[in-house]
Unconditional design. Sequence first.
Length: 309
Amino acid sequence: MMISIALIWAVVVGFCCLLWLALGIRRRQAGEPVIENGFIPYLGCALQFGANPLQFLRSRQKMYGHIFTCKIAGQYIHFLCDPFSYHSVIRQGRHLDWTKFHFATSVKAFGHDSFDPRHGYTTENLHQTFLKTLQGEALPSLIETMMGHLQDVMLMSDRLSPSEDQWQVDGIFAFCYKVMFEAGYLTLFGKELGEDKCHIRQAAQKALVLNTLENFKEFDKIFPALVAGLPIHVFKSAYSARENLAKTMHAENLSKRHNMSDLISMRMILNDSLSTFNDVSKARTHVALLWASQANTLPATFWSLFYMI
């Protein structure tokens, strides 16, 4: 009797699962791009996308063309691989809620509380903060600081070289990443060890920045998967890298830095006065700013230099 009841329940559960799969699979409608649901319920194409996002997108572009839709972690995500079509999409701003997307993506990727004023964590207007600290009267001093750091970074490599007669050899990509990241990072977040000209302290400062760069690269590597909805805890090394970045940006550590930008200084004040973020969330918002300032700048610098050469 017990076996019969268990068998009946197994059949019912199996039927419900099949029904859910049949009804839950989204089918392509007229005028829509190609849809790939994947073979795994709910996850869809998440595992393939998370393993190698670039290879996944290239293979789907070859199969389906420039525009296609994939189910990833319960969400249907549209991919547009034709750069000449971006402008046409962006012009549809009245029909696309970019702000809501930005808020949700930032929370998923960086792990801080929501910036959306409707959620009650903060009343800071990030756009106004950027206007005050990155444009207008604030821009000339920011450019001057950045140019100074660029010169220091490139000249310092020569001064810190163990041998004056020995050339330092590196690939263009690695060179651009190291130089632009260090200069940009110091421009925004200042120096931990101050402006001391002592070679030992300069070498220590450079080592700290390069360690930050390694954490940044490890986190940035899986960023597309985070945007797609995969939890960061799936990627242990990337999660550790993000938390290491956040530790360096706790308010207690930032307050000890020298020559921070107006952007970071103002955000520290606004975090304390306009938000209910805890210390960890505050630090993670600075990680978001670091990523926003570097993620596109670094590859763009490489390609610019590549084409000039």
